[in-house]
Design a binder for this molecule. Structure first.
Ligand code: VAH
Length: 320
């Protein structure tokens, strides 16, 4: 497994929640000429177009992935393209096509073209309700109840297989819910924790689609980006887990988040009308044990609920 630092980077899912912010960090770190943003169709923002090259790549089309890696002489791929949990339950076939066929295409092209390093986004959705829900361990049963979660479990095993069988340097994180201000929510179960900020600022009220006592593990985007780059920069010898690393951050109830927002917007009110996403949330961890990530490559989150809330409201207020 090579230790060559990234030089020519392709980011799939680049117009998504994580991709649309990771792009700028990679551009700063490696130079805009070395970062290619790839999306399946969603038009990129002007800001993205000014920062990096943009290519239309549908990851479920292996030929498109192969052509893009050849055209741009890619040696590193961040595969973030995916259909999230709630959207996936509405269209399981599309979720499998993008999440699984897309990953397999990226891994096959990486094998054929000797791509030196690959990142793939897994998720805490890989766990099911029968795993311990508090401080969920790195190693435990993985019996998810969403197609999205099934794709994450299968994807982790495929990444482990390609690492061991073909010597590919594949790295992965089981992301918790990511909270960010740059892109609106896109079909996830943890979307409530992003929508609530938009509604608090615009309408001073929000109807939350999970119960007030629902606890989910979350991470603020700056910490998400930091964890991703720290994992990808780590020496290969430190990476002992080739399925995917648990990544914890902060855990809170929906009501605790609403109350934290109220400290800044006193007139804000939140009510709770659980929908189909409650059942998904109830099958996921409430918090994670991410000791391996901390011990093996130095992971450490920095934002707590108060700091994240303050920064989110500050950034969104300026935009909205
Ligand atoms: C989702 N935001 O809700 C994603 C994430 C852990 C949640 O995978 O589907």
């Amino acid at each position: 497994m090579s230790n060559k630092p990234s030089q020519r980077i392709l980011v799939t899912g680049a117009t998504g929640q994580i991709g649309s912010e990771l792009i700028f960090e990679l551009s700063k770190k490696y130079g805009k000429e070395n970062v290619i943003a790839a999306g399946h169709s969603r038009a990129p923002s002007e800001k993205m177009l000014s920062a990096v090259s943009y290519a239309i790549v549908d990851v479920s089309d292996k030929d498109a992935v192969s052509k893009a890696t050849a055209r741009y002489d890619i040696d590193t791929i961040y595969n973030l393209a995916g259909v999230l949990s709630a959207a996936g339950e509405k269209n399981p076939a599309l979720a499998w096509q993008v999440n699984m066929d897309g990953l397999r295409n990226v891994l096959e092209v990486a094998r054929e073209r000797n791509i030196s390093r690959i990142f793939w986004a897994s998720s805490i959705a890989a766990f099911g309700a029968n795993a311990p829900r508090v401080s969920t361990p790195q190693e435990t049963s993985l019996i998810p109840t969403t197609v999205y979660g099934i794709c994450k479990v299968a994807g982790e095993l495929l990444c482990n297989y390609y690492s061991n069988r073909y010597g590919l340097d594949i790295r992965s994180l089981r992301y918790p819910g990511i909270i960010s201000s740059e892109t609106p929510p896109g079909g996830g179960t943890t979307d409530y924790a992003v929508e609530i900020f938009y509604e608090a600022i615009k309408n001073k009220k929000y109807t939350c689609f999970v119960r007030k006592d629902t606890v989910l593990p979350m991470l603020y985007m700056p910490d998400c980006i930091n964890a991703t780059l720290k994992l990808m920069d780590a020496d290969s010898s430190k990476i002992k887990i080739r399925t995917s690393y648990n990544l914890g951050g902060l855990s809170f109830t929906a009501e605790e988040l609403a109350n934290e927002i109220k400290k800044h917007i006193p007139e804000f009110t939140c009510d709770y009308k659980p929908d189909f996403r409650q059942k998904i949330a109830d099958s996921w961890p409430m918090s994670l044990d991410d000791t391996p990530a901390r011990e093996q490559w130095g992971w450490k989150p920095t934002y707590d609920l108060a700091a994240m809330t303050e920064d989110m409201l500050d950034k969104l207020s300026k935009r909205l």
